[in-house]
Ligand binder design. Sequence first.
Ligand code: DGL
Length: 270
Amino acid sequence: MAVGIFDSGLGGLTVLDAVTKRLPDVPFVYYGDNAHAPYGVRDADDIYNLTTRAVERLWEAGCDLVILACNTANAAALRRMQESWIPTDKRVLGVFVPLIEAMTERQWGDNSPPREVAVKHVALFATPATVSSRAFQRELAFRAIGVDVEAQACGGVVDAIEEGDMILAEALVRSHVDALKRKMPTPDAAILGCTHYPHMQEVFQTALGQGVKVFSQANLVAESLADYLQRHPTMMGTGDQSMFMTSGDPRKVSDRATQFLRRKIDFIAA
Ligand code: DGL
């Protein structure tokens, strides 16, 4: 019984950390495709091919249920995977929907018609591929009316985090927030639509101002996964070991992951 967590690199660790705390008895197998990060500057076919290869590797590791903890893969590949690729005995769950359900004040899986919600002006920070897919706006439109979304593609931030250059990442976040504020001076909420960005959450919050409610995915995904596993206990899979796998250099990736999670993490080659 293991659940797979996939990201293009280190961003999914923010989700891994939250699900591990929420579900301490569930083993999680993490796959970071660090050799191919960032995904956010790739085209949809490329993202689909890389994501499906990684998910297959997690299935081989005994994870029948995989969380795509990568918004870019959610935006560019998840629908295509669900329509024609995923076998009936496996599940791949995304991270968009729990976030949008929280922002639109819905219970998990509430599919009632769209309605007015408290937030009116939302800033979306995400990778270039996620922004150009407009997947957030589409999911939001199913659930809420009258919400103005201004999206900011945050080029360079994922690369800087993957390289461990947090000074550059911080400078880029500030400049992306400035660019967003020129288009939408007073957002009332902001979405961190990339799982790498919670590594910089304080920088986003300070640059946006304390009055802006910042939504990030990790805890929301953990709650919705707990709810899902309660309803589908057989989806836990056959694997029984927690494990960290990477397509990149295991030593380099382990060092960065240890720094981010502030506990010793050992990646192995995928
Ligand atoms: N963490 C991924 C996401 O949530 C980063 C994508 C990338 O590799 O550019 O979108």
